[in-house]
Design a protein around this ligand. Sequence first.
Ligand code: SF4
Ligand code: SF4
Length: 431
Amino acid sequence: MTTASFEVKAYPEMWAELEMDVARFDKARQMLGEIYGKMFLGQSARPRAMAYFDTMISEIFGARIQEMRAAKQEGRPVVGTFCVYVPEEIVVAAGGICVGLCGGSQGSVPDAEKILPRNICPMVKSAYGFKAGRICPYFQVVDFVYGETTCDAKKKTWELLDRLVPTHVMEIPQMKNPRDRALWLAEVKDFKAKVEEVCKKRVSVDDLARAIGVINAKRRALQRLTALRAATPAPISGKDALLVEQIAFYDEPVRFAAQVNGLCDELEERVAAGKGVGPAGAPRVMVSGTPMALPNWKVHNLLETAGAVVVNEESCIGTRYFKDLIAEDATTLDDQLAALTDRYMQIDCSCFTPNNERVDQVLKEYRDSGAQGILHYSLQFCHTYNIEEIKIREACEREGIPYLAIESDYSPEDVGQLQTRIEAFLEQIRE
Ligand code: SF4
Ligand code: SF4
């Protein structure tokens, strides 16, 4: 595929069956294809194995939706989620499909702003707008969605989203004391009961063991990709690695893990041959903070266009999603759910207080990735990440790490200003 020939494939008949706003969505499809072609296919020295992930974008509104519809016909439900806290192992154990619904596009924000306040996080507005405007086939195909109580914008939006699609909510604890773990274990059990009710299937020990194995394998493949990016020169661009991390939220997990491992095989050869991407001596940057949902490639594109290479994402669409695995040695359902709970309690989202382990994790990933500077990224109006940024900044000052904090949304309005700040940041690293 070349920049000129790339397109996101159109499936207007299927979209009409899904009761979408087909005319409007088709324009968004074309725009996505143009942006993707320019941003991704024009990169030099791309790994050959990225061809699979290009196809996943080309078929993002087609073949993958067809697979989900086929699963529904077999009685397997499709569950939409918004947060890495929702335990996808339980959905997979029940035979269902889990798909991340976080919105990363400015295109659906005006639909949300017809009802939601303007001054809330763009991820929440984008996701809500996709459903309100009927411009996302994933939202149209899910049987129900699971939200959570991580932040105020999300938890209040679920009440409104429930009017458009059945929306259940998990209560996420805000601290990590024993009673918070007990609450979370109870929520996990309720989630399992709800999924079983919808799937009309009891999850057995074997079902859950198999699902834990499948999702652990997916997370291990992503860990392997992250470790390979520590090489100098970096064997893959940050944009391509971010894309793989984004596709993890909607691809079939077994196939996805095999493709990521295939990519890693190729990257190992590159590392052995000293072959990499980006200009020689490119500043190596780690990005930390709020998730970048598809198609939010804004900051990575600015950094890499300015000559840097991004080598790590400390984010929920990044290492926070895959750094921890579930122990696989439990032999009873109770023990499996306890192991699952323990793994999910390790997630260091800024919605927790205190959350000092995230500061330690950022410094660890900085060292492990061979980065030379940290860019902290907060979505606009995300209070928890914006405030926690102060502690990350202080840690970077203590450690002498070049540091830049930005707060942004999905609009192109601040691109010029961000470009200037990013260029100054890269100069600081080069000095
Ligand atoms: S940043 Fe927090 S709220 Fe957002 S997906 Fe991650 S864990 Fe969930
Ligand atoms: S980025 Fe922050 S404000 Fe936005 S949904 Fe996540 S936790 Fe909420």
